[in-house]
Ligand binder design. Structure first.
Ligand code: ATP
Length: 591
């Protein structure tokens, strides 16, 4: 009745779950009191004791007011429970998606992660905050009610019990099928969502390739599969509803018939009196109330179904599965594990004098060949602009990922020396400009200030733009620093995107700057300016840039080559060239 994994996900919220269930049960119990008061009022009116009716009517009104209050408390409590579950799961999903193995997992799709963090989390929220309390109530209250009916007459209790067993145990026959259909539905939904997101992102490429009709066809098939999965789930839900209704009808009709027979002839315990006169009414009304928790639970069917569907999404998004999510609420306001803490910007961070790579080994999979196979190097802040060359696919980006702490080396270490202190290099000491920089929807100012905790001044922003030869272009835009950048930086040219990303990295003030092909999209003039800037910066920070172009290689004061998984010094500031660059391309590109 309650999925084990979803139940385990409530582990850190048991107190709130108990409170939510408690308020719900109390609100439902108020219907019982109302039923008894109503039955007494009918009995009083039927036997001509009209004076008792106003007092009983007052009791009924009070009961109603208390129930409204209890229901409100229940809703507030359920909302709190849902919020707790949602924030904990979303934090866990974000943390998991930053794990190095996820970043390198070719099967990992943004659409699937996005589905898990939205639909999946909402499904668990609904299941835990609404379905579970109703399921617990449906398991506890009706048996108690059967006992109360049995106290009046064993036959009343038996009739109620039979109806309850049909209504609650019947649908359990479909539980497995329902879960399977729910998971299949989630799978197809996830596939459609992932494909759709990817297609939307690559729409211009698809259009230029003439591949739109083919993708449309594929999406159509996914959509049909989703429709089929939805319809087959609805079929199971119909069976569910039919069985529950059957149980409710059997129980209510049986109790009603018994009550009628009682009123006519069957002798009741307790002898004649007010209670005996009220008993048929009590039985009639309570027989309906007996099934209220079951009816309420069946109204939560959709919540239950959403939760079951979410299990499969969240099991994939979270390492170890949904049930093993640890409570992160204590650190909810801080950065998640694996996420670099935001560094306060400053004119300069603490200086790092050198980075030492010692026997670094890395492979993308246990059975894959090592991309880095014992990389050792000493990069000093006195080395000027450090260039890193290597054939395409040699492992330059991989090496940066290891230095950034995104990929964990299988062996070896990356250490940073500041003065006499030697420590593992902290990711927060490194600013990184990737090969394909990512910009976000918002203003240029917001994009530039993104990684800094304090908003940089306009002067700092202009200085950074000046350093990357972009200031005059931005001054020409009507809104200047408040120029709107489209999602992914689409509204800027490749070269402008690259320069904004470099400016953004400069503004962090971090002592180490890594750049993956920083001039690959720049024309000769812009490339020369950026390389000059990097050389200037390399006097105060440790700057390493991968380089393919001849001018970038020439501008480097120190040159290292990555070949067959190992690093070799090609040029140092104190020597002339001691080797030939592995691969250089003619300078070019478009700014
Ligand atoms: N996520 C990944 N999973 C598996 N293999 C990968 C992954 N990323 C890169 N590789 C492989 O690792 C090797 C090194 O790739 P890397 O991107 O580090 O090379 P690179 O020197 O930066 O190349 P380029 O100059 O073309 O950018 C390549 O053979 C590549 O196919």
């Amino acid at each position: 009745m309650i999925d084990r994994r979803l139940w385990r996900a409530t582990r850190s919220h048991r107190r709130q779950l108990t409170a939510t269930t408690g308020w719900l049960v109390a609100a439902t119990a108020s219907y019982w009191l109302q039923a008894v008061l109503l039955a007494l009022a009918f009995a009083a009116a039927a036997s001509g004791r009209f004076l008792a009716v106003p007092a009983l009517a007052g009791g009924l009104l009070a009961c109603l007011a208390v129930r409204v209050w209890l229901q409100r408390r229940h809703l507030v409590s359920a909302q709190r429970l849902g919020t707790g579950i949602r924030s904990r799961l979303r934090a866990a999903i974000l943390t998991a998606s930053l794990a190095p193995e996820r970043l390198h997992d070719p099967a990992d799709r943004i659409g699937a992660r996005s589905m898990a963090a939205t639909e999946g989390v909402d499904g668990v929220d609904r299941y835990v905050a609404h379905y579970i309390p109703h399921a617990l109530q449906a398991l506890v209250l009706p048996p108690l009610m059967c006992l109360a009916l049995a106290f009046m007459h064993p036959l009343f209790g038996l009739a109620g019990l039979i109806g309850f067993l049909i209504a609650v145990a019947g649908p359990r026959l479909w539980d497995r099928l329902l879960a399977r259909r729910g998971w299949a539905h989630a799978d197809t939904f996830e596939a459609l969502s992932s494909d759709l997101l990817e297609s939307l992102r690559g729409m211009s490429a698809l259009r230029t390739l003439g591949a739109v009709p083919r993708v449309r066809q594929q999406l159509g098939k996914r959509s049909d599969a989703l429709h089929e999965a939805t319809v087959s789930t609805m079929r199971v839900s119909l069976f569910n509803t039919a069985i529950i209704d059957l149980g409710i009808q059997v129980g209510t009709v049986a109790a009603g018939l018994l009550a009628a027979a009682t009123a006519a002839s069957v002798p009741l315990p307790g002898g004649p009196g007010v209670w005996q006169q009220a008993t048929p009414y009590v039985v009639l009304i309570l027989a309906g109330e007996l099934f209220r928790p079951v009816r309420d639970l069946s109204r939560q069917w959709h919540s239950g179904y959403l939760g079951l569907s979410a299990v499969t999404l969240l099991d994939r998004a979270l390492p170890g599965g949904l049930g093993t999510v640890v409570d992160t609420s204590a650190g909810a306001s801080g950065p998640s594990a694996g996420e670099p803490a935001t560094q306060a910007p400053g004119p300069e961070g603490a200086r790092i004098d050198a980075i030492t790579l010692d026997g670094v080994r890395f492979a993308y999979a246990p059975d894959a060949p090592a991309v880095l196979d014992g990389v050792s190097a000493h990069w000093s802040a006195d080395d000027g602009l450090i260039g890193l060359i290597g054939a395409s696919g040699a492992g330059k980006t991989t090496l940066f990922d290891v230095v950034l702490g995104i990929s964990a080396p299988l062996a070896g270490s990356v250490a940073a020396r500041s003065g006499t202190a030697q420590n593992p290099l902290a990711p927060t000491d490194v600013a990184y400009v990737p090969q394909r920089p990512v910009l976000f929807a918002g203003t240029l100012r917001e994009n530039l200030a993104l990684p800094t905790a304090n908003q940089p001044t306009d002067q700092q922003l202009w200085d950074a733009l000046e350093a990357v030869h972009l200031a005059s272009t931005v001054r020409g835009w009507p809104r200047g620093l408040d120029h709107e950048v489209a999602e992914g930086g689409r509204s800027l040219s490749g070269g402008q995107r690259q320069r904004v990303a470099i400016a953004r990295a400069l503004l962090t003030g971090r002592p180490v700057l890594l750049l993956d092909e920083p001039t690959s999209s720049l024309d000769g003039e812009a490339s020369a300016v950026v390389l000059n800037t990097l050389r200037e910066i390399s006097r105060v920070r440790l700057v390493v840039a991968t380089a393919h172009q001849a001018d970038a290689v020439a501008a480097s004061d120190t040159l290292w080559a990555l070949e067959q998984g190992q690093l070799r010094a090609v040029r140092t500031p104190h020597t002339t060239s001691v080797g030939v660059p592995v691969e250089t391309k003619a300078t070019g590109g478009n700014a």
